[in-house]
Write a protein that binds this ligand. Structure first.
Ligand code: PMP
Length: 343
């Protein structure tokens, strides 16, 4: 391509007006078999992730229903991105924001949140749903104890999936001209996969709905075998659960793939190296799943998935060779062999 001036939209008064309408780009340098693999760049949202969409919809509903009043406190359990989106939208509307985040999440996300004015409380990453220190249990307890607090609860909030029925689904349909054979997403809350699948089915799309799940999440087992798979820990952030969130309609999902951390991270790194796209860790799981599905196809197909968030949120992890080596996910290279530089 050569550099040309693109058609620009009019100026806006707030970054919130830039949420959604994200671009889609085709993967052309990685082997996708017979598939056209399209990535919707949710990393281009002002908060850097797909979660900006749901923050607007969930806060609109809370204000409309009177659950959130002037000067109130927004409380949420989050892997970081929903918190960031709620802070972006909530602070602009004059609310305080209190977030409970599992301590495995990247320091970039935590620092970003604190700098945006959120009150961030870290909790344990190694306890299951139902434990008092689990992030959702803790957020719910805090919201009950704080006057004027509203627990957003993306895991059961119907406005979460609704945001994707209203925006993400229609955008995908329009950008592909309805030519879509498979749609791949993960489940954190399940809002994305449920909302997009609902929309696609409502317009008569025959696209297969594919779940991308980290090894260690129990959800792929539910889709493929009808019983939860083995529970374990994993590095990828934002997707995978050891329970089915109320927001997730598992009946919409046709097939699931379990992706090990090493494959997710290698895929994210390959995407940056070959395509120049800086994606986060959950995007690595999604794109690894999409590539597995694509390479199984014997006819030309179109597959759509996301770059859920920017890899800038994970430079200290996914793109940090020393950290990956510490996790057993990569080779440690100190200075390498210098013979190509010095004889
Ligand atoms: N990717 C990232 C980086 C996330 O933070 C999340 C949500 N926590 C997801 C994907 C999953 O999206 P959803 O909650 O809609 O299932």
């Amino acid at each position: 391509m050569s550099l040309t001036a693109p058609a620009l939209s009019a100026t806006v008064k707030s970054p919130l007006d830039l949420i959604g309408k994200t671009p889609m780009v085709e993967v052309t340098k990685i082997d996708t078999g017979k598939c056209r693999l399209l990535l919707k760049l949710e990393s281009q949202n002002p908060g850097g992730s797909i979660k900006d969409r749901i923050a607007v919809e969930m806060l609109d509903a809370a204000e409309r229903e009177g659950w959130l009043k002037k000067g109130g406190t927004i409380v949420e359990a989050t892997a970081g991105n929903t918190g960031l989106a709620l802070t972006l939208v909530g602070r602009a509307r004059g609310y305080k924001v209190l977030l409970v985040i599992p301590d495995k999440m990247s320091k970039e996300k935590i620092q970003h949140l604190r700098a945006m004015g959120a009150d961030v409380r870290l909790t344990r990453s190694d306890v299951p749903h139902g434990h008092p220190d689990y992030y959702t249990d803790m957020a719910e307890r805090l919201a009950q104890a704080i006057p004027g607090a509203y627990y957003v609860n993306q895991f059961a909030n119907q406005s979460n999936a609704e945001a994707h029925v209203k925006t993400t689904g229609p955008e995908i349909w329009e950008q592909t001209g309805g030519d879509i054979d498979a749609f791949v997403a993960g489940i954190g809350s399940g809002g994305t996969i449920t909302g997009v699948a609902r929309y696609l089915k409502s317009v008569g799309s025959k696209a297969q709905i594919i779940l991308a799940d980290p090894v260690g999440s129990t959800l792929a087992g539910i889709v493929n075998d009808g019983v939860p798979g083995p529970d374990g820990s994993y590095t990828v952030e934002g997707i995978g659960q050891n329970f089915v969130p109320d927001t997730a309609d598992m009946s919409l999902i046709d097939k699931a793939y379990s992706i090990p951390d090493a494959e997710a991270i290698a895929t994210a790194r390959e995407l940056l190296l070959k395509e120049g796209i800086l994606a986060g860790s959950s995007s690595g799981t999604l794109i690894a799943t999409a590539l597995r599905w694509c390479r199984e196809q014997t006819e030309p197909k179109t597959c759509v998935t996301f770059v859920c968030d920017t890899g800038a949120k994970y430079l200290s992890k996914v793109y940090n060779d020393a950290w990956l080596a510490d996790q057993g996910l990569g080779e440690r290279e100190l200075h390498g062999d210098l013979s190509d530089l010095i004889n």
